[in-house]
Ligand binder design. Structure first.
Ligand SMILES: [Zn+2]
Ligand SMILES: [Zn+2]
Ligand SMILES: [Zn+2]
Length: 164
């Protein structure tokens, strides 16, 4: 089981979290012999600035705010596509937003828990979910090409606040 929910939802040294993610991305790209160009790296860093998924427009806006004047939406979309292809990020279909993957280089299907209060998302990968979907698909004689499991609710921190 792969899960980062314990980290994503608790107070932690996020800078370390972000740096580790960037380090993983660099070595993965080296392994795959693909280039982590500055724009690709910047987009990934933005995705890792917190555990809250970002939409493409937010990414474009934030890059422009950061002084990257020449940043054009198609360039950003291409960078996002690259990150998705390399498994460095995932697209959350229901939110139409993106998150950095904490387990790149580790082929997996994922389930994401999204907090409705703070917007943070934690990725987990449970074989049991995959098996259940696979079994249901087999029964329906359906060939699965993609699978997105997104669960909304309240994270432990936000739930704690509500109890006060
Ligand atoms: Zn973090
Ligand atoms: Zn992932
Ligand atoms: Zn929350």
């Amino acid at each position: 089981m792969l899960s980062n929910s314990r980290v994503a939802y608790r107070e932690h040294n996020h800078l370390r979290c972000q740096n580790a993610a960037m380090q993983r991305a660099r070595s993965l790209c080296e392994q795959h012999k693909v280039r982590l160009t500055p724009i690709r790296e910047n987009v990934l860093r933005l995705l890792w600035q917190s555990h809250r998924p970002l939409g493409a427009y937010e990414i474009i806006e934030q890059l422009s705010d950061a002084g990257e004047k020449s940043v054009k939406p198609p360039t950003v979309y291409r960078a996002i596509d690259f990150l998705l292809e390399q498994g460095l990020a995932h697209r959350l279909a229901t939110l139409n937003a993106y998150i950095g993957c904490p387990f790149p280089g580790n082929p997996h299907r994922f389930a994401v828990f999204v907090c409705q209060a703070c917007g943070s998302a934690a990725e987990s990968s449970f074989e049991a979910i995959d098996n259940a979907i696979g079994a249901a698909a087999a029964r329906a004689d359906f060939e699965v090409h993609g699978q997105a499991v997104e669960v909304t609710g309240l994270c432990p921190q936000c739930r704690g606040k509500a109890d006060d």
